[in-house]
Design a protein around this ligand. Structure first.
Ligand SMILES: Cc1cc2nc3c(=O)[nH]c(=O)nc-3n(C[C@H](O)[C@H](O)[C@H](O)COP(=O)(O)OP(=O)(O)OC[C@H]3O[C@@H](n4cnc5c(N)ncnc54)[C@H](O)[C@@H]3O)c2cc1C
Length: 507
C-alpha cells in the first residue's frame, strides 16, 4: 500500500473529557506523522459532570505516562474503593460494591463457593469482612495496592473521583505538549463528499475550514457528526433504564474524606455523593415519568450535607446507544456514542474502551467496512454488558413503596441478564464474558447485595471439611481487619504522598 493511503489528518470535534482523552491517547499511541486537531467551543461548553471512575482508568493514565501525584493535585482527586448502595435492595438496608477481590490470595470462584457452603450451613458470614476494599472504605483508610500475588494487598483495588472539568483541562495541556493542535470555534456546517457521504471538512462560525481524513465525534449528546450529519440512528433503552434526568449541585465536605462513592435510592431514582478534595459532588438521577423537576431538585437539596455551593443544574439524557458508533469516516466517542446513567461510573470507562479499540482497529483511507463492523460489534457488546449490569440493580429490588420501584421490579429484562441471574440463583455460578469490564467481584457484590441468594452451591466443595473452611475464614477476617488497621487515613495518605492540592498551593 502506498503512503497515500494512510490517514494524515485526524479531527476531533469536542473538548470535553471524551475529546481530550481521545486526543491525548492518540497523540501518545500514534506517531507524529498524524496531525491531530481538536475543535471545541467555549460558548457551547462541556457537560461538566462525571466524577467517578472504575479501576481500569489507572491503565489509561499509565498508558499516557501521567504522574499520579500531579494528576491528583491537578484534578482535586480522591481515591475510590467502591460504591456504597443504600436503600437499593430494600429500604433501610445497605451493601458495598468493592473493587479488588473478595478473599485473600484466593481464586474468587473457590473462595465464594466455600463461603456459600458455610452460609448454607448457617454460618451467616458477611462477605464484606473478607474484602480489604470494603473494610478500608468503612474505616476511611487507604493504602497502596501490591503487585506481589503473595501479599494480601494484591487483592486491593482502586479508582479515582476527580473534578471532570479539571481533568479535561489537565489532559488538554498534556495533549498540547504532545503536539495536538486546538482550534476554538463553533462548527456550523459539515461538508460531505457528494458520492460517498464521507465527511470532508468542518466549517466554523469564524469562516475557518477544517479538513480531515478521520473525524472523531466527541461533541456530546448532540452527536454533531454521527447523528446530525450521518443519521446513524439510536437504540433507545429507556424501558429498561427509565432514568432520563439529573439535578446536580456541589456542596462543602462535612466530616472525614470517605474513599468511596455513595448511591442512595430515592423515590424516583437515586442520589450520588462523590467526595473530592475541594468539594462534594451530588446529584439526583431520576425518571421524569415518576417525579417533577421541582420535586427532584427539592429532594436533592434537602439531602445535602451542607449548603449547595451553586444553583442545582438540570441535565436531560436519553438512555441508549448509537446504532453505529463508527460510520463512514466518523467514529463517535463519549456521550455522542450513547449514554447510560452514571450508576456504576461507566461512561468515562467506555471512552477509554472506545479509544483502545479504535487504536486496535485504526483505519487507513480505504475505511474497510469489515474493520468498522467489528469495531461496532465490540463496542455494542461493551454497552450491552453495562446495560445488563445496571438493570440488575433495579430488577433485583424488593422495594414496592413507590411507583418507580414497582415498575422496575416487574419489567421484562434482556435474556442475557435473565440467564446470568438464573445461573447465580441455582448455585452461585458467575458468568463473566471474555473482555468484560465488570469483574466477578462486581457481579457478586451486586447480586448478593440486592438479595439474589443461590439455592445451593457447587458440588466441587460439597465434601470439603466445613470446620477447616470456617477456621480459614476466621483467620482471613482477622487478617483483613489487622491489615486495614495498619492503613493510614484517606486524607492523610493524600497529604503524605504530595497529592493534596491545597497543600501544594501553599508550599
Ligand atoms: C448526570 C451525569 C452524571 C455523570 N456521571 C458520571 C460519572 O460519575 N462517571 C463517568 O464515568 N461518567 C459520568 N457521566 C458521563 C460523563 O460526564 C461523560 O461521559 C464525559 O464527561 C464525556 O462527555 P463528552 O466529552 O462526550 O461530552 P461533553 O462534555 O458534552 O463535551 C462536548 C464537547 O463538544 C463541543 N461541541 C459541541 N458542539 C459543538 C460545535 N457545534 N462546535 C464545536 N464544538 C462543539 C463542546 O463545546 C464540548 O467541548 C455523567 C453524565 C451525566 C449526564
Amino acid at each position: 500500500m502506498s503512503d497515500g493511503n494512510w490517514i494524515q489528518n485526524i479531527v476531533i470535534v469536542g473538548g470535553g473529557s471524551a475529546g481530550w482523552m481521545t486526543a491525548a491517547a492518540l497523540a501518545r499511541g500514534l506517531d507524529r506523522r498524524y496531525r491531530i486537531q481538536v475543535v471545541e467551543s467555549q460558548d457551547i461548553g462541556v457537560v461538566g459532570v462525571g466524577e467517578a471512575t472504575i479501576p481500569p482508568i489507572r491503565l489509561f493514565n499509565a498508558m499516557l505516562g501521567l504522574d499520579e501525584a500531579e494528576f491528583m493535585r491537578e484534578t482535586q482527586a480522591t481515591y475510590k474503593l467502591g460504591i456504597q448502595f443504600r436503600d437499593w435492595g430494600r429500604l433501610g438496608q445497605s451493601y458495598f460494591h468493592p473493587f479488588g477481590v473478595y478473599g485473600l490470595n484466593a481464586e474468587l470462584g473457590h473462595f465464594f463457593q466455600y463461603w456459600l457452603k458455610l452460609d448454607h450451613e448457617g454460618g451467616a458470614l458477611d462477605l464484606a469482612d473478607y474484602s480489604l476494599c470494603a473494610q478500608a472504605a468503612k474505616a476511611g483508610r487507604f493504602d497502596r495496592q501490591s503487585d506481589d500475588p503473595r501479599d494480601p494487598m494484591s487483592t486491593f483495588g482502586f479508582a479515582y473521583h476527580f473534578d471532570t472539568i479539571l481533568y479535561g483541562q489537565y489532559l488538554r495541556r498534556f495533549a498540547q505538549t504532545l503536539g495536538v493542535a486546538r482550534t476554538e470555534g463553533e462548527v456550523v456546517q459539515v461538508d460531505q463528499h457528494p458520492e460517498t457521504g464521507f465527511v470532508t471538512a468542518l466549517r466554523l462560525k469564524s469562516g475557518q475550514v477544517v479538513e480531515g481524513d478521520l473525524f472523531i465525534d466527541c461533541s456530546g449528546f448532540r452527536g454533531l457528526l454521527i447523528e446530525q450529519t450521518l443519521k446513524a440512528g439510536y437504540e433507545d433503552w429507556s424501558d429498561l433504564l427509565p432514568m432520563d434526568r439529573a439535578a446536580a449541585a456541589p456542596c462543602a465536605l462535612r466530616g472525614p474524606l470517605s474513599p468511596y462513592t455513595t448511591s442512595t435510592a430515592r423515590e424516583a431514582g437515586w442520589q450520588w455523593r462523590i467526595p473530592l478534595q475541594h468539594r462534594v459532588g451530588n446529584g439526583y438521577v431520576y425518571s421524569s415519568r415518576f417525579i417533577s423537576d421541582e420535586a427532584a431538585v427539592a429532594t436533592l437539596t434537602a439531602n445535602l450535607e451542607s449548603e449547595p455551593l451553586a444553583e442545582p443544574r438540570l441535565l436531560r439524557f436519553n438512555t441508549g446507544r448509537r446504532r453505529k458508533m463508527w460510520d463512514k469516516n466518523v467514529v463517535a466517542i463519549g456521550l455522542s456514542s450513547g449514554f447510560m446513567e452514571p450508576l456504576e461510573s461507566t461512561s468515562i470507562h467506555l471512552i477509554q474502551a472506545s479509544i483502545n479499540k479504535l487504536l486496535q482497529h485504526f483505519p487507513d483511507r480505504s475505511f474497510s467496512p469489515a474493520n468498522r463492523d467489528v469495531y461496532n460489534r465490540r463496542i455494542q457488546v461493551d454497552m450491552e454488558t453495562i446495560r445488563d449490569f445496571l438493570v440488575l440493580h433495579y430488577k433485583a429490588t424488593v422495594r414496592d413503596d413507590a411507583a418507580l420501584w414497582s415498575y422496575v421490579r416487574q419489567m421484562p429484562i434482556p435474556d442475557s441478564l435473565a440467564e446470568r441471574i438464573e445461573l447465580f440463583r441455582e448455585r452461585g455460578q458467575l458468568v463473566i464474558h471474555p473482555d468484560e469490564m465488570f469483574t466477578p467481584t462486581s457481579w457478586l457484590a451486586v447480586l448478593l447485595g440486592q438479595g439474589v441468594h443461590p439455592r445451593s452451591y457447587s458440588p466441587l466443595v460439597a465434601d470439603q471439611d466445613s470446620r477447616a473452611i470456617a477456621e480459614g475464614f476466621r483467620n482471613m477476617k482477622a487478617l483483613v481487619a489487622r491489615r486495614v488497621e495498619a492503613m493510614p487515613g484517606h486524607a492523610d495518605y493524600l497529604k503524605r504522598h504530595g497529592m493534596w492540592a491545597a497543600e501544594a498551593a501553599m508550599a
